[in-house]
Design a protein around this ligand. Structure first.
Ligand SMILES: NC(=O)c1ccc[n+]([C@@H]2O[C@H](COP(=O)([O-])OP(=O)(O)OC[C@H]3O[C@@H](n4cnc5c(N)ncnc54)[C@H](OP(=O)(O)O)[C@@H]3O)[C@@H](O)[C@H]2O)c1
Length: 318
């Protein structure tokens, strides 16, 4: 099969497309004929070596959608030909930027018939992350207010929809060109993150009970300043490794809690993907695919996810 691989850590130039043997699934795994895989910022951390994915050479790509081509001896939930989507790959498990990917049964769910493979791949990792932050870390309830920083991002645009589907009021931030589309996805209040009076605008919209923060080093103190009493912050990303509170007594007074989330720690990927599939089937959730790339263009896609502005996700079609 054709697969993107890197044999050493480094820049996008270490990614090459190679002809390698098609892998066989172990007893608890299925082989997926990949129709689409998605690009995530974490692919670049594994490639650069900031995170250690496993023993090189390595195939990047954390999520995929496609058709089951082969099932392991102990797999009883899936058959050849089933449409599926998966995540949790590319870290400890070889990734999905290839014609086929081996996936543990626990990392899969059925993809509803009406949902195309690109959407399935695009939503897997970011959908599970949105679920882990809003539902598991923060127990978001109907009628509460959620603040989603960076609503046009991969995680952001799904978190906006998931929070809205939960019955929460949604505040989000994004560049102005995305505001109308974010309102259409369910945001109640959308603000330019470059606004000088952003804090006032967020507070005026309603102090958030739940905050999803993908840039902790920029926003941790902001979060506490705008937070409602007993707010929960889901900490999912940063650009600088250090992030601090400027006013710890305020955290105590507001009884603020911070829960650091790693998508790869999700105890049951398949269960969360199954819930996302229900929402996809009912039309309550979708993934916006901003651009698609071929296997030979994965280096360009990894560069683009870190440097270009777009709403939604970048997808690879092998
Ligand atoms: N902990 C986890 O499990 C987990 C899971 C997934 C992702 N993450 C991390 O979370 C971050 C976001 O991931 P992603 O997949 O959503 O990335 P993404 O698709 O690249 O989205 C990032 C978003 O941040 C926006 N942004 C840039 N500067 C901003 C600012 N100053 N204030 C607010 N928003 C700003 C970008 O908007 P513009 O287009 O306008 O620049 C873009 O929409 C990454 O650091 C990623 O590694 C963590």
């Amino acid at each position: 099969m054709r697969a993107v691989r890197f044999h050493e850590h480094g820049g996008p130039e270490v990614l090459t497309v190679e002809e390698i043997p098609r892998p066989a699934p172990d007893a608890d795994e299925v082989l997926v004929d990949v129709d689409a895989a998605a690009i995530n910022p974490v692919d670049t951390y594994f490639r650069e070596g900031g995170y250690d994915p496993g023993e090189l050479p390595w195939i990047p790509g954390s999520d995929c959608a496609g058709t089951v081509a082969e099932v392991g001896a102990d797999v009883d939930g899936y058959d050849e030909g089933d449409r599926v989507f998966a995540t949790g790959l590319g870290n400890w498990l070889q990734g999905a930027c290839a014609e086929y990917a081996v996936v543990p049964e626990s990392h899969l769910a059925y993809l509803p018939d009406g949902v195309d493979f690109e959407t399935g791949a695009a939503i897997a990792l970011v959908g599970v992350t949105a679920w882990q932050t809003l539902v598991d870390a923060c127990s978001l309830e109907p009628g509460e207010r959620a603040l989603i920083h960076g609503g046009s991002g991969g995680v952001g645009h799904v978190a906006v929809q998931l929070a809205a589907a939960t019955g929460a009021r949604v505040t989000t931030t994004a560049a102005p060109e995305y505001h109308d589309r974010l309102r259409a996805l369910g945001a109640d209040d959308v603000f330019d993150y470059r606004r000088e009076d952003l804090e006032d605008a967020v507070v005026e919209a309603g102090r958030p009970d739940v905050i999803v923060d993908h840039r902790l080093d920029d926003y941790l103190s902001f979060d506490v300043d705008v937070a409602a009493q007993s707010a929960r912050i889901a900490a999912m990303g940063n650009t600088d490794p250090a992030a601090t509170f400027e006013n710890v007594p305020q955290c105590r007074a507001k009884d603020v809690s911070v829960h650091h989330v790693s998508m790869f720690n999700t105890p049951d990927f398949g269960a969360v993907l199954g819930r996302l599939a229900n929402l996809l089937e009912d039309g309550d959730l979708t993934a916006e695919v901003a651009d698609t790339y071929h296997l030979v263009e994965v280096a360009d896609a990894q560069e683009a996810v870190m440097s270009e502005s777009f709403l939604g996700k970048l997808v690879v079609t092998p």
